[in-house]
Design a protein around this ligand. Structure first.
Ligand code: SAH
Length: 275
């Protein structure tokens, strides 16, 4: 594979989520190859490899050959610290919305700081589902007209690749940052698993469905983009909350057992030894 690609650009990947038509995979490969990119990640494609993909790649075969295959979107984003979801419509998820140019500038700036960055595209018919967008830090909408807003998948890829290319050619210097790089997708997912388990352990939901609060918390922590050290502190707090919940549970059951014994012994008001 010709590896003339700038290492900064190599930190940018184009993720196609559940693409139905292999022709679109090929056309997307061509679109990004023309703009100097080569990383294509495919999440559960309906058909790949496929002769139609090869035909529409029109010679961008190396991009297809190097495309990575993933069973799920979190798997494709495991090492990404920034994921931008492309969507024609504002779904139920109220993510920050960027226009393609601003998104391209942010994506390239992050890549130049050494971060792994993903541009995430949805299925041709259904677009990105809410739970897929919930894995993204921001949503990007190509400002098409309201009554015919949906571009062909590969054309949407082309628009983003072009905007990235324009920013790259403008060679805008990237401000240095003193901060640690934010945690990647897999670490964030581990944190969310811990957070949601801890909320159950402390009975935060009290019988209500957890889904809305979980979405809000996802949004909050994705916006904060904590680094590895900050995540360790949060895991520590959650671990202690879980431990206290276990202790409280034990104390409550000990108290109940004690009360049972007191009653059995006919002792009436028992001493409160549970504290
Ligand atoms: N019916 C789907 C459209 C899918 S088009 C929907 O309404 O969401 C396939 C993919 O191309 C989309 O998931 C998105 O990633 C991208 N795309 C198409 N038009 C877009 C637009 N105007 N802005 C941003 N992304 C767009």
């Amino acid at each position: 594979m010709p590896s003339a690609t700038d290492p900064d650009l190599a930190r940018l990947r184009f993720v196609l989520t559940r693409p139905s038509h292999p022709g679109n995979i090929g056309a997307a490969a061509r679109a990004l190859r023309t703009m100097g990119f080569e990383r294509l990640a495919l999440v559960a494609p309906a058909r790949f490899p496929d002769p139609e993909a090869t035909a529409l790649a029109a010679g961008a075969d190396a991009v297809l050959a190097a495309a990575t295959l993933h069973p799920t979107l979190p798997d494709a984003l495991a090492d990404c610290t920034l994921a931008l979801g492309l969507s024609a419509r504002r779904r139920g998820v109220s993510l920050p919305e960027l226009d393609p140019r601003t998104a391209a500038a942010e994506a390239l700036a992050a890549a130049r700081r050494g971060e792994q960055v993903a541009l995430v595209f949805g299925n041709e018919r259904t677009g990105l589902e809410n739970d897929e967008l919930a894995r993204c830090h921001a949503m990007v909408r190509i400002p098409s007209v309201d009554d015919f807003s949906s571009l062909n998948l590969a054309q949407a890829v082309q628009v983003m690749a072009y905007e990235l290319r324009m920013i790259e050619l403008a060679a805008v210097p990237v401000a240095a940052t003193a901060r640690e790089p934010p945690a990647g997708g897999a670490d964030m997912e581990r944190f969310f698993d811990h957070l949601f388990a801890a909320l159950h352990a402390i009975d935060f939901h009290k019988g209500r469905a957890p889904i809305t609060i979980e979405k809000r918390l996802r949004k909050l922590f994705l916006r904060a983009r904590p680094d590895a050290r900050e995540l360790r502190v949060l895991h520590g707090i959650l671990g202690d909350a879980e431990r206290m919940a276990r202790l409280a549970g034990r104390t409550a059951s000990e108290q109940a057992a004690q009360q049972g014994q007191d009653r059995a012994a006919g002792a009436g008001e028992g001493a409160d030894g549970g504290q």
